[in-house]
Write a protein that binds this ligand. Structure first.
Ligand SMILES: Cc1cc2nc3c(=O)[nH]c(=O)nc-3n(C[C@H](O)[C@H](O)[C@H](O)COP(=O)(O)OP(=O)(O)OC[C@H]3O[C@@H](n4cnc5c(N)ncnc54)[C@H](O)[C@@H]3O)c2cc1C
Length: 408
């Protein structure tokens, strides 16, 4: 069978389209397959998340040509405040405060709602002649041989390429079919997600309140508008989600406090069960995993998509360099370079988010005291504080070129 394109990507969520665009720009032909209809992604009610995009991720989105479409709906993140809190009692006196002016790179990042980011990515994918997008088709089988990778769709059609990339999310069928096992666990927590309007301006400040059942993040969107990611024990979250809107808001208000004045719900409410799941390998012969297919983590630090976009930048760079050198882009020798670049970094990030969640999602008085003092200490040491800020902005480590704002 002849190659359909150089690279086959399974999963057209967020990381799949970003990778397809990066690869098409360096001359590769790509086929991108997703089970969902294209129109459903355009629906404002499809996914209620707003993403905290690190500065480095914003640079990648600019390089792949979609930032201008996202920017008009994005909110610069100028400050981050994190504190320990108890519902109804407000935040503890010790808190962490990060101000973007200390790192002199502009905002630490941007908040962008899923509907705008997804729309910009998919419009660019549809307009790119080197990408073939296939929607409403599920990949049900895959086969790897010496010269290529083939996939079978649920209508019986077959596609073939030199390399197969799985960006098919936390339950990646691409990884399963390749026999790649996963490590991780369920957090027993579910994130309640919604958007709210508030009376007072947020001034571009993101807040994280660490509560015993799980963190509450209040993330600024353009105008007097914020995105809420509110983690609770799963049973409690399900009970809260089942409430009428007015009762839901009555539970949220004492956790939220009154620092932004009166608050009201906007649009639909969503829930996301939380788990940690890392693929035991990110590559196999003629196969690579990116995004949540490689690593799904707790949203406590808002790093999942940022880590996925680092995968995108690293894999696009490794493949492009291999093509320029005349190497086989599906060979394990080439793909191991991607794995070496990303696997340790991701495991360390997943372990850190896991530790922060364990440390903060409990009411042990000794741990509370320890973490309050820790936050006070970090806040009072400018060098340490700046280090944390550069980390949050995604500016540390061995950054792929696209995340440095450079072309490949
Ligand atoms: C509550 C919450 C808040 C978050 N906030 C942030 C944040 O602020 N910042 C941040 O960086 N990250 C955040 N994240 C993480 C971020 O949402 C994910 O990392 C990101 O959405 C993963 O995108 P993806 O493209 O890898 O996978 P997905 O979005 O899961 O996409 C997978 C795609 O694969 C398709 N698919 C699956 N199987 C098949 C098949 N067999 N055939 C065809 N198609 C298939 C699906 O239809 C889907 O479209 C958050 C996560 C949660 C849960």
């Amino acid at each position: 069978m002849k190659n359909t394109s150089d690279i086959l990507i399974v999963g057209g969520g967020l990381n799949g389209p970003a990778l397809a665009l990066a690869l098409a720009q360096t001359g590769h032909s790509v086929t991108l397959v997703d089970a969902q209809p294209l129109a459903s992604f355009e629906d404002a009610d499809f996914d209620g998340r707003g993403y905290a995009l690190a500065l480095a991720s914003q640079r990648l989105l600019a390089q792949i040509g979609i930032w201008d479409q996202v920017a008009e709906h994005a909110q610069p993140m100028l400050e981050i405040k994190a504190s320990d809190g108890t519902a109804g009692e407000g935040p503890s006196p010790f808190f962490l405060h990060f101000d973007h002016r200390e790192i002199e790179e502009g905002p630490m990042g941007y908040m962008a709602e899923d509907r705008y980011l997804r729309r910009a990515l998919l419009q660019a994918v549809v307009a790119e002649p080197k990408i073939t997008m296939i929607n409403e088709r599920r990949v049900i089988d895959q086969e790897i041989d010496q010269t290529g990778a083939s996939i079978t769709l649920d209508d019986g059609s077959e596609l073939r390429g030199k390399l197969l990339v799985g960006s098919d999310g936390r339950q990646s069928g691409t990884a399963k079919r390749a026999g790649i096992a996963r490590s991780g666990w369920d957090y027993g927590q579910t994130a309640l997600v919604c958007a709210i309007d508030h009376e007072k301006p947020h001034h571009g400040i993101a807040h994280q309140f660490f509560m015993a059942p799980g963190p509450l993040a209040i993330l600024p969107l353009p105008g007097n508008h914020s995105s809420i990611v509110w983690s609770e024990k799963t049973e409690t979250a399900q009970a809260i989600h089942a409430l009428e809107d007015a009762d839901y808001m009555a539970v949220l208000r004492p956790r939220f406090g009154d620092f932004l004045g009166e608050i009201s719900l906007v649009g639909k409410r969503f829930t996301y069960p939380l788990n940690l799941t890392i693929a035991n390998s990110f590559v196999a012969d003629r196969l690579a995993l990116v995004g949540d297919a490689a690593h799904g983590m707790h949203p406590i630090a808002g790093q999942g998509l940022n880590a996925g976009l680092r995968d995108v930048g690293a894999l696009a760079e490794v493949i492009t360099e291999a093509t320029r050198r005349g190497e086989d882009i599906g060979s394990l020798l080439v793909l191991e370079r991607y794995q070496q670049w990303r696997r340790f970094d991701t495991a360390a990030l997943a372990a850190t988010t896991d530790m922060v969640n364990r440390l903060f999602s409990n009411n042990n008085p000794l741990l509370r005291l320890g973490r309050d003092l820790g936050m006070g200490l970090v806040s009072s040491l400018p060098g340490l504080r700046r280090g944390f800020m550069r980390e949050a902005a995604g500016l540390t480590g061995d950054l792929p070129r696209l995340l440095q704002g450079k072309s490949i």
